[in-house]
Design a protein around this ligand. Structure first.
Ligand code: GLN
Length: 564
């Protein structure tokens, strides 16, 4: 077996700044993560910073409808989903400070002002806010993130939004100044742009890119590399034209055309010399042997190969089903598990409210079609969520899985609805419910946790990584490799009512893992069922392409007919 890519230390921290132009949603996050993979393949320790120019101090109070999922970190940070991309691509664990927002920066500046740190000076965007941003980036870039406890060698910084936005102006200015602070030989600017294809012959248009680069240069930043998103590979003429108008050489114009799967992106970039360009710009040698990249290629090709493999259908009964970004980490965790069982994953999205009796009466066709999708699935997943909409449908989905021996995984809310269902239908606790959905329910099966704030929403849930010891041998413990306890990430306000646990367990739904106080239910597993598991935590956040999350792997194994 070849050795892992050899560590290739550098003399000082290297920064790669990724900005974007023309429009949002061009895949800046994937570009930035892929650059991270290439730096890592050259033997550098890599970390990442995401800058979100909005005013919220974190993503915790933001609707998944608008912003996609809220990603949760070990330290309980509720952050932008791009941090999930970094963690998965680079196999690192970040902190809440790796996500910088305008709100956080101003909060810190205002606190300093109140402490008198500015010695009576007028506090201004330049230099106080821009200094704060630079200090923040420098500080965070040194936080160890790969589990070795060592400071990283390189930091990829992604600036959200598009260049020219009012909101991002202080960040652009801070980054402009930053190149002088850290030295130009230690920083590389990558700008992601769009090349639209127009007309009957499919001409690749460069004007939007010319304009966005002009904007960026007008703000004092010369890009070292342009990553051009387009449907098809850039032709030489397009590349030459961009080079001529954008003050870069043709080999610094990178074609980021559509590829078969996202794991091919680093490979596509490496094939165009991106790693060597980064090496010559930042002063590190690219080793001949790059095991990390070889592994990455193997994985990308395996994912392509699975396109023609046998399908496994997982019904996802959720609330934001027309917006898959709202469940990004869940989708990724399912995908990672499908790579391991060698099946082509098909997610059948079900709007859970369509499974309930109300829809049965108001729109029987919709109801029937939702049920027929659910019944055809090889496995059922109920993800996390908040609020009452769709709850009764989720309870029905859990009931169907329990009664028919269909593999089921309930994440957070998915554990809670499975417990409610069990109490209603097995323990005959009529109208059993969560106090989240019915405040004065006569049978409170899921209750508000005592330590949670009743008045404040932001950052007040039970958040982040907490240990869960296993209390007995069970399938889920086996899936985790027989470990004594797991450390997974949480984000919830409610819990299974501890007063009911004995009764529930007596009837066969066992809480095989509790928190270290021994009181709070964390993992449930139903006896005499192929796979019926719920976790109060969110295992999806720690899933990695080469290390699928065990509860998700269990679901995919059971759904594919494999024995656990
Ligand atoms: N709404 C539930 C709670 O707060 C579940 C949360 C979740 O699924 N993340 O406990």
């Amino acid at each position: 077996m070849p050795l892992a890519t050899a560590y290739n230390p550098v003399d000082s921290m290297k920064y790669v700044v990724v900005t974007g132009g023309v429009l949002s949603g061009l895949g800046k996050g994937v570009t930035a993560s892929s650059i991270g993979v290439l730096l890592k393949s050259a033997g550098l320790r890599v970390t990442a910073v995401k800058i979100d120019p909005y005013l919220n101090t974190d993503a915790g109070t933001m609707s998944p409808f608008e912003h996609g999922e809220v990603f949760v970190l070990d330290d309980g940070g509720e952050v932008d989903l791009d941090l999930g991309n970094y963690e998965r691509f680079l196999d690192i664990s970040l902190t809440k400070d790796n996500d910088i927002t305008t709100g956080k920066v101003y909060d810190s500046v205002i606190q300093r002002e109140r402490r008198g740190d500015y010695l009576g000076k007028t506090v201004q965007v330049i230099p106080h806010v821009t200094d704060e941003i630079q200090n923040w980036i420098e500080r965070v870039s040194h936080i160890p993130s790969d589990g070795n406890g060592k400071s990283p060698d390189a930091c990829v910084i992604e600036l959200g939004g598009t260049v020219g936005d009012i909101e991002s102006a202080p960040f652009i200015e801070a980054l402009r100044q930053f190149q002088f602070r850290v030295g130009k030989e230690n920083i590389c600017f990558v700008h992601v742009s769009l090349i639209p294809v127009m007309g009957p012959v499919g001409e690749q248009k460069t004007k939007p890119t010319q304009h966005t680069v002009k904007d960026l240069r007008g703000l004092g930043i010369n890009p070292d590399m342009l990553v051009c998103r387009s449907k098809s590979p850039l032709v030489d003429d397009t590349r030459d034209k961009i080079a001529a108008f954008c003050h870069v050489s043709p080999d610094e114009v990178i074609s980021a055309h559509d590829v078969s799967n996202i794991y091919q992106v680093p490979i596509m970039m490496d094939g165009q010399g991106v790693t060597n360009l980064l090496g010559s710009k930042l002063g590190f040698k690219v080793p001949e042997e790059r095991k990390i990249l070889d592994d990455w290629k193997e994985m990308a090709n395996h994912v392509d190969f699975l396109e023609s493999a046998e399908e496994v259908h997982i019904a996802l009964a959720g609330k934001y089903t027309d917006l898959s970004d709202a469940y990004l980490s869940v989708i990724k965790a399912l995908q990672h598990a499908s790579f391991r069982v060698d099946r082509k994953l098909v997610i059948d999205w079900i709007e859970s409210s369509e499974l309930d009796d109300e829809t049965k009466n108001s729109n029987p066709e919709k109801y029937d079609s939702a049920w027929s999708v659910l019944k055809k699935a090889d496995g059922i997943l109920v993800p996390g969520g908040f609020g009452i909409r769709g709850i009764e449908g989720k309870i029905k989905a859990a009931e169907y899985a329990r009664k028919n021996g269909i593999p089921y995984l309930g994440v957070c809310l998915g554990l809670q609805v499975a417990t409610i269902e069990f109490c209603r239908n097995v323990l005959s606790l009529e109208n059993a419910n969560s106090t989240e959905f019915e405040k004065d329910t006569e049978n409170p099966v899921v209750i508000f946790m005592p330590e949670i704030s009743k008045t404040h929403m932001g950052g007040t849930m039970r958040l982040g990584s907490k240990p869960t010891p296993f209390l007995r041998e069970c399938k889920i413990k086996k899936l985790y490799g027989g470990v004594e306890f797991v450390d997974e990430r949480h984000r919830h306000r409610y819990e299974v009512n501890p007063d009911l646990i004995e009764k529930i367990e007596h009837a066969g739904l066992i809480f095989v893992g509790k928190d270290d106080s021994g009181e709070r239910c964390e993992i449930m597993e139903l006896e005499n069922h192929p796979y019926y598991v719920g976790t109060q935590y969110h295992p999806e956040f720690k899933s990695r392409p080469s290390r699928p999350s065990p509860p998700f792997l269990g679901l995919l194994m059971a759904a594919s007919g494999l024995k656990i």
